[in-house]
Design a protein around this ligand. Sequence first.
Ligand code: NAD
Ligand code: MG
Length: 395
Amino acid sequence: MTERVTILGATGSIGQSTAEVLQQHRDRFAVEAVVAGSDAVGLAAMARRLGARYAALADPSKLSALRRELAGDGIACGAGTSAVAEAVARDADTVIAAICGVAGLAPTHAALKPGRRIALANKESLVCAGRAFMRDAQRIGATILPMDSEHNALAQALGSGDLGDVVTMTLTASGGPFRTWEASRIAAATPAQTAKHPTYSMGAKINVDSASLMNKGLELIEAHHLFGLRPDQLDVVVHPQSIIHGLVHWRDGAVTAGMANPDMKIPIANCLATGRRLGLTVPRLDLAAIGALTFEPPDEARFPCLRLAREALATGGAMSAVLNGANEVAVAAFLAGRIGFLDIPRIVEETCTRSGVTSGSEPGSIEEALALDDDARRIAAGFLPEASAPAMAGF
Ligand code: NAD
Ligand code: MG
C-alpha cells in the first residue's frame, strides 16, 4: 500500500536527502505536499520531481512566482500561512519536519494528527517548546520519530530496551570545522569557514551551530524531551569521524551504540520505514578502511555555546526557548557579516541573563514558547551593532 508523505522544508538539505530516499522507493511512497520558505523555483522543481499534489511557500509575496513556475503541471499551490496550514492538514501518513529554526515550530505542531508519524529533523521545535510539544503529540496520538542522526542512533541503540534501565546517553559531536583551532583563530572565523563541515553537508544555520557546538547543545535539549532523561543523564563526546552517533549506557555496564556512515539518508530511511527496514543504495560502513575511531572531551572554554545550552537545559524549558531565539538572531547576524563568531555566545549569554526567566519555568503552550522566542529576539537584537528592527524568523 502506498504511504503518503508530506515534506516541510522540502528545498533544504534534509528535504533534498529525503527526496533521494523517496526516489529509491517510488512504488511505496507518494508525496502529498511540499512546503518551503520563499524559493519558488526550487519548490516547483521539488514538487515536480516528487510528483507532489500540493506545494506551499510560507512567503505570501511569492504566490504568483510559484503559480508561474507550476503552470500546466497539475500541481495545486498556495503561499502564506494559510497555504502552509493547508499543506499540513492534507492527508499524509508521515510528515517530514525539516524547516530550519523556530519557524518550524507552528507548522510542525499543526502537523500533529491522530495516528500520524512526524519524522522530526527540526530540533528547534523541541528546544523552544519541548514539553508542550511532546505532551500534545501524546494527547493527540501522533508518533514522533527522531530524524536527527544522534537521536535516531540513540533510538536504534535503545531498541525495545526499558528506559528505566538506562543510566546515561552519550551524543557524539564531530567537533565541527574549528575543532583543532586556537581561540584567537576561532574569534576571527568567517561564515564561509563555518560551511566547511568535516562530515556533513547542511544548511547555513546548522553549519554555524555545528561550528560553535550550539548544535550539540540544542541536541542535548532535544534528547531530554525525546527520551525523557534528566539533564545529568545526557552527555557529549567529540568523535571527529562521525561513525558512532549515539551511545546508550545500561545499568549492567553494557553500552549499545548506533553506528553508520555520516549520511542523513540513513536516519531518514529509518524514519520512513514502518516495520521492515528500507533498502538504500549507500556505501557500506568499512571500519578497516576508516582505521581508527577517536574520542575527546568537548572544550567548553573554546566553544562556550555548549555550556550555555547545558545551563539552559538545567534551568528549564523557558530558558531553552530564550537561548534558541537569541542564537537564531546572533547566527543570522553572523551570517550577514554584522558580528564576529564569538559574539554569538556573548549575545546568547547576555540575552539569557537579561531575560529574567526563572529556574523551573516552562512554556505551557506553543504560543507561550513563541512569546518567549519573540522576547529573546528583541533583547538579542539590542546587542547587535546598528540595531534596528528585531530580526524575524527568516524564510
Ligand atoms: P536548510 O536551511 O537547508 O533548509 C531549510 C528548509 O526550510 C528550506 O526548505 C526552507 O525553504 C524552509 N524554510 C525556512 N523557513 C521557512 C518558513 N518560515 N516556513 C516554511 N519553510 C521554511 O536546513 P537543513 O540543513 O535542511 O535543516 C533543517 C532542519 O533539520 C533544522 O532544524 C536542522 O537543525 C535539522 N537537521 C539538519 C541536518 C542536516 O544534515 N542538514 C541534520 C540534523 C538535523
Ligand atoms: Mg545531529
